[in-house]
Each structure stands twice: as C-alpha cells, then as structure tokens.
Ligand binder design. Structure first.
Ligand SMILES: Cc1cc2nc3c(=O)[nH]c(=O)nc-3n(C[C@H](O)[C@H](O)[C@H](O)COP(=O)(O)O)c2cc1C
Length: 317
C-alpha cells in the first residue's frame, strides 16, 4: 500500500523532473508481518540521486519564486543544496505517512480521492465523482480521462520545451465522513484541511465547494437544501463543499488546491546578487519538474488523510 502510493508521487517521462527518485520505503520499525505491531512506525526513504552543486550559485543569486532569499536572510547557515527543507522532495515522507493514515480512516469507511482539475490552460469542466478521481491513477497527469491526459501532457511538455513551467489545480474529495465530523474555530474541518494544504510547497490557495464563486451567488443559489433519503439526511447539492460551521454536513467534502508554476526555470530571471550587492539575473540549470501538479495529487490525498486521521485521534468525530 505504501509503495503504490509512493509510485503516484514519482516523476514520469518529460512531465516530471529527470531526477530518478527511487522512493523505496524501508520499514525500519513498527511493522511486523505487514501489520502495525504497536511501536512507533519508522520509515526510511533514501535519497539516492542528488546533485548539490547546481544549487551553489543560488547563495549569491537567489531564485525568484523559491524560498532561497527569505531563507538565507533568516537562517544564515541555511543549506541550499536540493533546496533544503523547502524541497518538494520532503513530500515523499508525507505520502508514506499518508498511506498509513488512509488505512486508518478506511476502518471508519472514509476515503480520500484527488485528481488534476486543471493544468495550465487545460481545464476539466465535467462534474467528477470519487470514482472518476480514482481512475486518474491510470494517467500520468492525474487527469480523469485519456483526452485530458493528452492535452495536459502537451501543455506541460510545451512549457518545458520553452524553459518554462506551468501550475494547476488539484481537486480532492473526502467521502464517508458522518454529519457533524470536525471541530470549531481553529479546529474547524475546513480550517484544518486548508492549513495542511498550505503546508505543501507551491500551494497558493484552497477553496471549498463553489469557493470564490460563492461571492457572486445569492443565498437561494448557494444554500444546499436538506432532504430525507432512505432514512438518512442528505443535501440536494454541494455548493458548500460538505462543510458548514467547520462541521461536515454529510455531503462529500470537496476542495480544490491551486499549485503555482514551478519556480525553478531555465529562463533568465531578475534577482539580486547578495555578494556584489548589485542587480543580477539567474537561470536555473538543475533538474526540476516543469509542472508540480501531477505529483502533488498524491501529496494532497496524503495530507487530507493525515488531517482526517488527526481529527479522529483528537475526538472530533
Ligand atoms: C511534489 C513537489 C515537487 C516540487 N518540485 C520542485 C522542483 O523541481 N523545482 C522547484 O523549484 N520547486 C519545486 N517544488 C515547489 C517548491 O518546493 C516551492 O515552490 C518552494 O518551496 C517555495 O514555496 P511556496 O511555493 O510554497 O511559496 C515542488 C513542490 C512539490 C509539492
């Protein structure tokens, strides 16, 4: 289970970084005969394919869009190789831990499924179900169908060929949460999920349900009516994204996370030279993802599963 989730975060073909990250997980402790044995689970993921040399120039000329400048000024001993603690590489650990969280929440009938809603100017306009999202596991871009996969792939490859990068939107659905699941104020279900998503490098926004479109809708349009169906209370639409007052209203929790275009690009960018204290430019020659989105889908799922497992552990059921 952990290995199959890790495979979804791996870079593929021309749409990911040429770094060959094996992402093999070693269960050092806490798992015996494929079952948790009660001691803390310790996972080791070796980082084999590294080349710190490409990052040395960023000590003088920090990359725009990456964390180099504020990190160097805040932490004078900041280790820039591989981008240090700001590297997307660190999301490997999140996906491994998330694979365990997914198994924990599955015990309560809760599942988390995400897919690429858009990449660059290619947008999936169809309403999508959790089943559609699961089918995205068969496509490199994490699109829901082959046609979108082709178009999203072409969009990423054309940006890469231009020494440029693209961003996009990941949509995630949490299914099976009971009515009332969540907390209030800082522990609100949407607040906790949003905070976790903003912890993912390159996430720049999160919206629930109809999100920012709710600002131009009337209450009569955006309220989700309640009905009895087969003895259960259900909503007849899902504009709120399954959360009201920080608590689940019984509908699937649906949110979207926007990822910006990868900051490291081959084109010359304006920057400052911290050594000469003059204006300068920087071009990134290392191995980077022309688009983060396809790999971020697995990270969003993992972060959401960890957040839900955490809320269960804290008694917010
Ligand atoms: C899976 C993943 C892979 C990433 N790969 C790269 C990369 O190859 N090059 C890069 O410049 N940024 C990459 N990032 C994004 C940076 O880590 C991120 O933009 C940077 O830390 C600045 O943080 P911010 O964008 O959240 O402000 C990646 C992010 C994720 C989630």
């Amino acid at each position: 289970m952990i290995a199959s989730e890790m495979a979804l975060r791996k870079p593929t073909g021309k749409i990911g970084t040429p770094r060959r990250e094996k992402d093999e997980v070693e269960l050092v402790q806490g798992v015996t005969d494929s079952r948790a044995d009660g001691s803390p689970i310790l996972i080791r993921i070796a980082n084999g394919d590294t080349d710190g040399s490409k990052y040395m120039r960023f000590y003088d000329t920090p990359r725009p869009g990456h964390a180099d400048l504020p990190a160097l000024l805040k932490f004078p001993d900041h280790d820039l190789r591989g981008s240090g603690q700001f590297s997307g590489r660190l999301t490997a650990a999140i996906v491994a831990a998330g694979a365990i969280a997914k198994q924990v929440i599955a015990g309560d009938g809760i599942s988390v499924d995400a897919f690429s809603r858009s990449i660059g100017d290619v947008t999936d306009d169809l309403p999508r179900t959790a089943e559609d999202a699961r089918s995205s596991r068969g496509f490199a871009t994490r699109a829901c169908d082959a046609d979108l996969d082709d178009r999203m792939r072409a969009c990423i490859e054309s940006a890469g060929a231009d020494d440029d990068s693209v961003g996009g939107v990941v949509e995630c659905m949490v299914s099976g949460l009971p009515i009332g699941f969540g907390g209030i104020w800082f522990e609100a279900l949407d607040a906790e999920l949003a905070k976790a998503m903003f912890g993912i490098p390159a996430c720049k926004g999160v919206e629930f349900g109809d999100g920012f479109r709710l600002g131009s809708m009337r209450g009569s349009q955006s309220n989700d009516g309640y009905r009895f169906k087969d003895g259960r209370i259900v909503t007849d639409s899902n504009h709120q994204g399954g959360v009201v007052g920080g608590l689940c209203d019984g509908a699937p929790v649906v949110f979207r996370t926007v990822f910006k275009a990868t900051p490291s690009i081959g084109r010359a960018q304006d920057t400052v030279n911290l050594r000469t204290e003059a204006n300068d430019t920087v071009e990134v020659t290392g191995r980077h993802d022309p688009c983060i989105v396809p790999r971020a889908v697995a990270v969003v799922e993992a972060m959401a599963a960890l957040t839900i497992a955490d809320q269960i552990a804290r008694g917010y059921r």
